[in-house]
Design a protein around this ligand. Sequence first.
Ligand code: PHE
Length: 334
Amino acid sequence: KEHIAEVEKFEAKAKEELESFRIKYLGKKGILNDFFAEFKNVPNEMKKEFGQTINALKNKAEAKVTEIREVLENKEEDKGSYGDLTRPAEPIALGSRHPISLVKNQIIEIFSNIGFNVSEGPEVEDDWHNFTALNLPEYHPARDMQDTFFVQTNPDVLLRTHTSSVQVRYMENTKPPIRTISPGRVFRNEAISARSHCIFHQVEGLYIDKDVSFADLKQTLLYFTKEMFGKSKIRLRPSYFPFTEPSAEVDIYWGLNNEIDYRITKGTGWLEIMGCGMVDPNVLENCGIDAKEYSGFAFGMGIERIAMLLYQIGDIRMFYENDVRFLEQFKSAL
Ligand code: PHE
């Protein structure tokens, strides 16, 4: 009777547990067989009760084994099953292109449509490619330790301050005609603020052929601003760069009803978007191009600046913080 109580209470979580229970009661050398063997020694007047009890124990033990086996087998089936395979899956979180990449790709596309290819070069440069070949005399303020991050001095190794260095490399290795744009990261030792950063991106362009004139430059810029901004009211202001002569700064007009962020415009309608000019003959000669035969123009713009205008971004630092709340807003822009 004690055994009947034990059998009734029995529970098993694993198959092995159930199997040892079965062997204990129903196995060849199990409790029940012991009892059946004992049967002949039981006094006659007790045989009936003894028989009924061990039969009850046997039935209960067998029922228990069947019952628990079924439960355990069902559990196992659940584990192996994949459920409803036609169910919709968890949504996959897709990222978005960075606004710098968006604008860079757009600039590349616009210039490739008029025959410009893309050239790239190292971010760590030597003095020749970043400065000397570009006609920057030794005392020029852009060479000042204040503006340039030096990796090493004497001989100078530095982080390029503009992608004009790529154009020098390109001219050294390519015969005109040349039509190339050089997008890339540049570095300047400047205080970080809402309007400037020590790292930013540029796209510089170079066009060299026979009889290239300032009119070609102006028409190219008109084409670009029309494609990029959907408007092309620009003006060229005389300026100075050591590597171009004459040099100019390009402003684009944003009408005052453009609702543009005043942190960017400072309240005026004319906005500076790039520098440009006719490549100085000294630069051509430095790069092995005959300045009597060839002439050309160059221009350079900051990608951040253009992205800030296009997307009305008031703080340049947002580009490098990688806050997903900022980045996610460019999901629909391609
Ligand atoms: N290299 C200049 C800069 O970094 C931009 C520029 C490029 C100006 C080509 C004129 C011609 O600001």
